[in-house]
Design a protein around this ligand. Structure first.
Ligand SMILES: [Zn+2]
Length: 267
């Protein structure tokens, strides 16, 4: 069993209509989740980092400034992953690994605060973005300046894909530390090479959907949002898999990164 703590670092404001079909027409706070995991051998590990003040620097100039205009972001020093971990008695230099679900700013916003961490992600998630700059990066919700200068040196991509029918309808997974403690699943669609992780009985599903209602009822965001972000077909395929997985595995709790249902329970 892995100990874990669900935390949040900053939020953005967005109309709920953009996040789910039949959503309410109201401005909603979407908190940026990150998860602290305690691994027996590797110590403190993070799944994503949420936002941090680096976001404001990285989105200061055109065209990246458009990001902030479309999605107003609210965070400060006290809300950063680094600061919150310090309050828990954990120095940011003692984080050994950060598993990155995908490279949107609300997931990688704090990477620069973790000087000793190695980064783990799906190979395609990074290779697809690494040469993108300016408008082509912005279109993918990627702010290149959020990456530390030595990012590539510290990067480990998931390689050992295990073909298995243990987690149907997913037909494969990655055993992140080769000890079955953290399993990563391909959740491409919202972003290329997006991954979610299964830890104990919790499935952290990143942005494969934004509400628990989405995977329970197979309700995606509206078409125009799916066309704007990522790959529409893949998005629907992944959400359908998650929906089936939910049906087959009632003992596993699926937790999307920005779903407000979980805050009162876990944070
Ligand atoms: Zn995202």
């Amino acid at each position: 069993m892995i100990e874990y703590k669900i935390l949040k670092a900053g939020y953005c404001l967005q109309n709920e209509l953009c996040s789910i079909i039949k959503g309410k027409n109201k401005q909603t706070k979407f908190y940026a989740m990150f998860v602290l995991l305690k691994h027996e051998k590797y110590g403190n590990i993070l799944f994503d980092t949420g936002y941090s003040n680096y976001f404001y620097e990285a989105s200061q100039f055109f065209p990246y400034s458009i990001y902030e205009k479309i999605t107003p972001v609210f965070t400060d020093k006290q809300n950063s992953a680094k600061y919150q971990l310090e309050q828990l008695g954990i120095n940011s230099n003692d984080i050994s690994y950060i598993i990155i679900s995908h490279f949107h700013a609300d997931h990688i916003g704090g990477l620069k605060d973790f000087n000793n961490a190695k980064f783990i992600c799906h190979k395609e998630a990074y290779s697809y973005l690494k040469n993108k700059k300016g408008v082509s990066a912005l279109k993918e919700g990627f702010l290149p300046n959020l990456l530390p200068d030595d990012f590539e040196k510290r990067l480990i991509t998931l390689e050992n894909k295990i073909i298995s029918s243990d987690f149907k309808p997913f037909d494969s997974y990655y055993d992140v530390f080769n000890d079955k403690s953290i399993l990563a699943f391909d959740l491409s669609g919202h972003a290329k090479g997006q991954i979610g992780i299964l830890v104990n009985d919790k499935f952290f599903a990143a942005d494969s959907c934004w509400h628990s209602k989405s995977y329970k009822k197979n309700l995606p965001p509206p078409l125009w949002v799916r066309l704007l972000l990522g790959d529409n077909k893949e998005y629907l395929k992944t959400l359908d898999k998650l929906h089936q997985f939910y049906d087959k595995n009632p003992e596993i709790e699926i937790i999307p990164s920005h779903c407000n249902d979980f805050w009162s329970k876990y944070v």
